[in-house]
Ligand binder design. Structure first.
Ligand code: XLS
Ligand code: NI
Ligand code: NI
Length: 435
């Protein structure tokens, strides 16, 4: 196998055996009217890829991500250089970060902000040089000790203020770097026990926080999309942004739904007891499909394992939803995924991204094949046929009422419901996937 440095650019080689090439991802190839790279809009996650070193609850780092510069700003500049070279090698055009990922922490908030601003200048230059774009950024408002009880939902108002200061700086950075979005993932916005929690105040404060963010963005001229990234638990026992439906209820209650979309993460969907496809569909039918954190969990583990997605079944059904939702506009596929602790070399980072990108590329090809095949779409259409005529049409058009339906049902006798044909449809899907 080649070494990391020997791999200059990962290219499409469908019948090759070089592990550092794509089998399915051909960036310029046109599928359903647009190039694969526009359907997929892959993004690199800075925190997992450039910073995380394999630490778990039982042991420390297994990887070295100092890039020869163990200290201070030098180290973060070396990390940024590595990030942009890596994106070049992988033909990835977008990236995402938290404030804490790209710059060292100072002794005070003001000092941290100085480092952060210096690093966003540095990154702005790299972006230009390498032709990359910021998909979204966010604030790490959960790591520091003072965020232990939440940020916008902290019982301590001064913590709310610190969180606001960091998000203000984040919106400024998003504007500076031309980000197409800004993400709110709940962090510790939730609770562990109601015995110490004023839920009503906390949730209202979360809304106040987001309203102020929108107001500030308008003032600062940041026109990107705001996203909420739902997650049901971890780190808190009950996160307020439980799932897409919960988030929609929150956004509508507080009048924020026009400005926010969803950043749906596969592993968070399964933690909430939903399929990834379910969460995407709920977002789409509520007009809030936005972006995706592409990863997969392990159903036997039950926490956010953030693995690179390699399950073609899931990526196919995901891309099917994405196509049906009209494709990405501001959003994309951010690999919120990290190599396993034992996959601890730089070559593993390349191999993991290649596996993830290829799994999504194959998923896109298969989703397009499902649509071209038409059997599944036609089956669904046919199944609801009764709403296109007669009494069904009146129900959909809102031109009937209970009196008419009573009279109608009374003279019709017991209705027959045709088979749902689940097993047949699953077999059709297998046939399209495996030929
Ligand atoms: C954690 C989240 C986090 C967000 C960004 O579970 O997935 O990584 O994507 O804060
Ligand atoms: Ni995420
Ligand atoms: Ni996550």
């Amino acid at each position: 196998m080649k070494t990391y440095d020997e791999v200059k650019k990962v290219v499409y080689a469908p019948s090759g055996k070089d592990p550092f090439s794509f089998r399915y991802y051909d960036p310029e190839e046109v599928i359903l009217g647009k190039p694969m790279k526009e359907h997929l809009k892959f993004a690199l996650s800075y925190w997992h890829t450039i910073d995380a070193c394999g630490t778990d609850m039982f042991g420390g780092d297994t990887m070295d991500k100092n890039f020869g510069k163990p200290y201070g700003m030098d180290r973060y500049r070396a990390k940024a250089d590595f990030a942009f070279e890596l994106m070049d090698k992988l033909q990835i055009e977008y990236y995402c970060f938290h404030d804490a990922d790209i710059a060292p922490a100072g002794d005070t908030l003001a000092e941290s902000m100085e480092y952060f601003n210096e690093m966003t200048d540095y990154i702005a230059a790299l972006q230009k040089e390498h032709g990359k774009k910021l998909l979204w950024n966010t604030a790490n408002n959960f790591g520091a000790a003072h965020f232990m009880a939440g940020a916008a939902t902290s019982p301590v108002a001064d913590v709310f203020a610190v969180a606001a200061a960091k998000v203000k700086a984040g919106i400024d950075a998003a504007k500076k770097l031309g980000a197409s979005g800004y993400v709110f993932w709940g962090g510790r916005e939730g609770y562990d026990t109601l015995l110490n929690t004023d839920m009503e105040l906390e949730v209202a404060n979360l809304a106040r926080f987001m309203q102020m963010a929108v107001k500030y963005a308008d003032k600062a001229g940041f026109t990107g999309v705001f996203y909420i990234e739902p997650k049901p638990k971890e780190p808190t026992k009950h996160q307020y942004d439980f799932d897409v439906a919960t988030c929609m209820n929150f956004l509508r209650k507080y009048g924020l739904d026009g400005r926010f979309k969803m950043n749906v993460e596969a592993n968070h969907a399964t933690l909430a007891g939903h399929t990834f496809q379910h969460e995407l569909r709920v977002a789409a039918i509520n007009g809030s499909f936005g972006s995706i954190d592409a990863n997969q969990g392990d159903l036997f583990l039950g926490w956010d394992t953030d693995q690179f997605p390699t399950n073609v079944y899931d990526t196919t059904l995901c891309m099917y939803e994405v196509i049906k939702a009209g494709g990405f506009t501001s959003g994309g596929l951010n690999f919120d995924a990290k190599t396993r602790r034992q996959s601890n070399t730089l070559e593993d980072i390349l191999l993991a991204y290649i596996a993830g990108m290829d799994t999504f590329a194959l998923g896109l090809r298969k989703a397009a094949a499902i649509i071209a095949d038409g059997r599944i779409d036609n089956f669904v259409k046919e199944r609801y046929n009764s709403y296109t005529k007669g009494i069904g049409k009146k129900i959909v058009d809102g031109t009937t009422d209970f009196d008419e339906l009573y009279a109608y049902a009374a003279q019709r006798g017991t209705p027959e419901v045709p088979s749902g044909r689940q097993e047949y449809l699953e077999a059709v899907l297998n046939e399209i996937l495996f030929g």
